[in-house]
Design a protein around this ligand. Structure first.
Ligand SMILES: [Zn+2]
Length: 413
């Protein structure tokens, strides 16, 4: 009988099954009763799930608090963009690497094994942030999978800005990012056209930040849908935020969700950052602020692939965050009332396998899948949400990155 490089004993792989997981060559090779491992970890009946996938964050501008002053707090999205420009003019590669490294390490300790980071590409910092993140993508490749989306923070319609996006793609960015909202009024559609041109030219998928607003009149999502159809980009487009969808009448939203489903458009939700989105102060639109978050349950119920991200961590746009997906999950289920057992299960999938699908990773606790695994503190999915945010055991490509045996021996909290 062949020997496994690692065997996880007594792993809870669903609510009713405790089994052993045999790992070889970075893959889950066998699930069953196993006694032939070179190394063993006893999961002590704790839930074993895939590593968390942080589908949306901004590593290059994370950890900016040291450079900020008190009067940088509490500003509007537009004011924040101007402040960022100021801070960014003093960026250097080493400064970005230092801040991003700190964030990556924190994410690792919180069980994140894969990250899609948006990385600014604009005239203020040029492609310096992209170069820094390319270095870190290589440096961390055995510990965390990093996917880089070139993000036109200051727009892409202007020719010089588009040239910078081309340069970022040529340097090795994995995904074309987008932010139509940042363009001068009337240029949003042109912004989308250019994104699709870039995605076709470099044969990459698209991940566009849309409708980070509570004003449904500004919704650009219908245009993204139209363009996805025209360009035959089924399954290759992701939209992040899509908050305005919650402000559209239910019938209209339903229609949009059906179109998204047909085109297999993915959605990323970033609950904490979304919740601070301001409300329109126009009298005819003012409604008592409820939650600024997209229609997560409706999207999920209609079969849309919904994934989860932390978004900004300790920066000009969002000064909070500790890189924890458990914290983000807690915000998600609370803001969207995802409190049934099925929705709690769904939320965990949003933080793991759904994100993996979007990033093109082969996740799942099944034979033949990638051995990116965390042993949690919980004995149920609900328990996982209520557990400490650092993870007792993190395994990437079959290698143990963190292991706190005492916590596993103690049993779940
Ligand atoms: Zn973002």
């Amino acid at each position: 009988m062949s020997e496994f490089s690692l065997v996880i004993k007594n792993a809870r792989i669903n609510d009713t099954t405790i089994s052993d997981i045999g790992i070889n060559n970075g893959k889950i090779e066998k699930i069953g009763k196993l006694n032939n491992g070179k190394t063993y970890i006893d999961a002590n009946k704790h839930y074993v799930i895939n590593g968390f996938v942080n589908s949306h964050c901004h590593l290059d501008k994370s950890n900016l608090l040291d450079k900020m002053t008190e009067d940088h707090l509490g500003k509007t999205l537009e004011e924040n963009r101007l402040l960022l420009k100021k801070l960014k003019s003093s960026y250097s590669e080493s400064d970005i690497e230092k801040r991003a490294t700190d964030t990556i390490e924190k994410m690792l300790s919180k069980g994140i094994t894969a990250i899609r980071t948006q990385v600014d590409v604009d005239p203020t910092a040029g492609v310096v942030p992209i170069k820094s993140l390319l270095k870190l993508r290589e440096k961390y490749k055995d510990r965390v999978y990093i996917q880089i989306a070139a993000f036109p923070q200051e727009g892409v319609v202007d020719e010089a800005k588009r040239d910078l996006m081309e340069r970022a793609m040529e340097l090795g960015a994995d995904v074309v990012g987008g932010l139509p909202l940042v363009e001068a009024k009337g240029n949003e559609k042109r912004h989308l056209e250019i994104l699709f041109e870039l995605a076709k030219k470099y044969n990459k998928n698209l991940d566009i930040q849309v409708d980070e607003t509570n004003d449904p009149r500004m919704a650009i999502l219908p245009e993204v849908i139209k363009k996805t159809k025209e360009e035959n980009f089924n399954g290759r487009v992701t939209v992040t935020h899509a908050i305005a969808l919650s402000r559209l009448p239910t019938e209209k939203a339903k229609e949009i969700i059906e179109q998204m489903k047909a085109l297999r458009i993915n959605v990323i939700v970033t609950p904490s950052a979304n919740m601070i989105t301001r409300f329109a102060e126009v009298s005819d639109l003012w409604i008592r602020p409820s939650n600024s978050i997209t229609r997560v349950t409706e999207l999920y119920d209609n079969g849309i692939n919904v994934a989860l991200g932390t978004d900004n961590v300790r920066d000009i746009f969002y000064p909070f965050g500790n890189c924890s997906m458990i914290r983000e999950l807690h915000m998600l289920v609370s803001a969207t009332r995802m409190t049934t057992r099925d929705y709690i299960d769904a939320a965990i999938s949003m933080a793991t396998t759904n994100g993996a699908k979007l990033l093109g990773l082969n996740y799942g606790i099944e034979e033949g899948r990638q051995a990116d695994i965390i042993i949690t503190d919980g004995t149920s999915k609900l328990d996982i949400l209520n557990s400490d945010e650092t993870i007792p055991c993190v395994i990437k490509n079959g290698n143990i990155l963190f292991l706190d045996k005492n916590r596993l021996e103690r049993g779940s909290n």
